[in-house]
Design a protein around this ligand. Structure first.
Ligand code: PHB
Length: 397
C-alpha cells in the first residue's frame, strides 16, 4: 500500500524557512482553536514485548487522566500504533504517525532498533520525542538532539549496576548471555564495565538473534565455562521462557543467574519458582516505599487490575515529562526552545524516586539491587547511586 508514509513531512525544513511560524500558537498547526493535541504512541502491542507496550500505554493514559486529559491547556488525543518490535517497519510506522495521523509529539518505543526511526524523525523534523523504554546508547549519545528525551534508562545503566554489585560480592569470573542486538550488546558492555570496576571479568558472551528463544544450545555450554555467575539481558515473553529453562536445565543452583532487572520485571507470575532468589539491578523495585510509588501502584492497579512494573513507571514519567514541556509552551510543541528548556530542567517526581536529566537527556537515577522473593522484586540495596549514562558522543551541553 502506498500512503503518506512514503512522503515524510519536512516540518523542520518548513519552519526554518518560515521562522515567524515558530512563534505562532498551536492553532497555526492546522487544527484551529481548541483542536486536540495529537500525541503518537508508538509501542509494541504484539510480539515478545507486547506486555511492556501495554503497561507503558496504560500508564501514559493514567497520567493524562490525572491531568484531566489536557496538556498545555489542550485536550490530548493519543494515537496508538503497534510497532511489533519490528525494525523493518519502523520508518514506515513513524511516517504514518507524523504524516497520516499528524502527530505533533511522540512517545515511543520499547525496542532499541525500532527507536532509531523515531530518533531520526525527531532529529530531522524537530518533533518532541520521549522514549519510554528503548535504552540504546545512540539516542542519548552520538545521535542526541534537543528534542529527544528519555524517561527510562540507557542499556548500560542497570547492567553496570549489576556487574558492580556482583564484583563487590567477590565474583571474579562471569559469563554474559543475551539477544544479539543493541540492547543485549550494550547491556553486556555495562555488565562488563561494572564487573571490571569491582575486580572481576566477563570471560564469555553467549548470544542468539532477537527474538529467538532457542536457548538450549547456549545453556548446554554454561557448565563447561567455569564461571561463578551468569549475567543476562532478556525481557518480556523471552525472559519468562529463559528463566524457566535455566532452572529446568538444573543450572539455577549451580551457577547463579543475574542480570538487568528486565529479566524478572512484569514476568514473575509466569516464571514462578524458577525466578525465586534471582538478583537483578534496575532503576525500580516493587516495594519502594515512597508516597509517589504507593499512590502510583494503587492508581495503576485500580485502572488496569495489573500490578505496576518498571514499564508502567517509565510510561507514566514519559507523560509527566512531556506534560512539563507542553505546559511551558501552552500546548504549542513547535515552540522548541522553550519546550526543550523546560523539559531538560525538569525534576520528575517518579515512583522510582525523583530524577533529573543528564546533559544528554537521560535520567540520572539510582540503580537498585533487587531479589525476586514471593512474586515481587524486593529492593535489597543500591547497586549504583545517582548513576548517569556517560552520553558518549553527545555534543549537547
Ligand atoms: C531495548 O530494546 O532497548 C529493550 C527492550 C526491552 C527491555 C529493555 C530494553 O526490557
Amino acid at each position: 500500500m502506498r500512503d503518506h508514509a512514503q512522503m515524510p513531512v519536512p516540518r523542520r525544513a518548513l519552519l526554518a524557512s518560515a521562522g515567524a511560524l515558530l512563534a505562532m500558537p498551536a492553532l497555526a498547526q492546522g487544527g484551529g482553536q481548541g483542536a486536540p493535541l495529537r500525541i503518537g504512541l508508538m509501542l509494541p502491542f504484539s510480539g515478545t514485548f507486547a506486555a511492556l507496550g501495554e503497561n507503558i500505554a496504560a500508564a501514559v493514559e493514567l497520567h493524562l487522566a490525572e491531568r484531566g486529559g489536557r496538556m498545555g491547556n489542550r485536550t490530548v488525543q493519543l494515537i496508538r500504533l503497534d510497532d511489533e518490535s519490528n525494525p523493518a517497519n519502523a520508518v514506515q510506522n513513524v511516517n504514518r504517525l507524523i504524516g497520516r495521523d499528524r502527530a505533533e509529539a511522540l512517545i515511543g518505543t520499547v525496542h532499541s532498533g525500532v527507536v532509531m526511526a523515531l530518533v531520526q524523525a525527531a532529529r530531522e523534523r524537530g518533533v518532541p520525542l520521549v522514549i519510554p523504554n528503548a535504552g540504546n546508547a545512540a539516542a542519548t549519545g552520538e545521535l542526541c538532539s534537543p528534542t529527544i528525551f528519555r524517561s527510562s534508562f540507557s542499556n548500560w545503566q542497570p547492567a553496570y549496576g549489576m556487574g558492580l554489585a556482583l564484583g563487590k560480592q567477590g565474583v571474579k569470573r562471569a559469563a554474559w548471555i543475551s539477544w544479539d542486538y543493541a540492547a543485549g550488546n550494550e547491556a553486556g558492555s555495562g555488565f562488563r564495565d561494572g564487573l571490571k570496576a569491582a575486580g572481576g571479568e566477563v570471560v564469555r558472551e553467549l548470544k542468539l538473534p532477537f527474538p529467538e528463544t532457542n536457548f538450549q544450545p547456549l545453556l548446554a555450554q554454561i557448565p563447561g565455562l567455569n564461571v561463578e555467575a551468569v549475567g543476562s539481558f532478556f525481557a518480556g515473553g523471552g525472559a519468562v521462557q529463559f528463566v524457566r529453562e535455566y532452572a529446568a536445565a538444573g543450572l539455577k543452583d549451580r551457577v547463579p543467574l543475574c542480570g538487568s532487572g528486565f529479566l524478572t520485571e512484569g514476568t514473575l507470575a509466569a516464571q514462578g519458582a524458577a525466578a525465586e532468589g534471582i538478583r537483578t539491578a534496575l532503576h525500580y523495585g516493587d516495594g519502594l516505599d515512597n508516597p509517589k510509588n504507593l499512590a502510583f501502584r494503587k492508581a495503576f492497579k485500580d485502572r488496569t487490575t495489573r500490578d505496576a512494573d518498571v514499564y508502567a513507571v517509565q510510561g507514566y514519567d514519559a507523560a509527566q515529562l512531556l506534560g512539563v514541556g507542553l505546559d511551558a509552551v501552552r500546548g504549542d510543541p513547535t515552540a522548541e526552545r522553550e519546550l526543550v528548556l523546560a523539559m531538560r530542567g525538569a525534576r520528575i517526581d517518579s515512583p522510582r524516586g525523583a530524577f533529573t536529566l543528564s546533559p544528554s537527556h537521560n535520567p540520572v537515577q539510582n540503580i537498585y539491587l533487587r531479589e525476586a522473593r514471593g512474586g515481587a522484586n524486593q529492593v535489597i540495596g543500591i547497586a549504583a547511586e545517582a548513576l548517569a549514562d556517560p552520553g558518549t558522543g553527545c555534543r549537547m551541553s
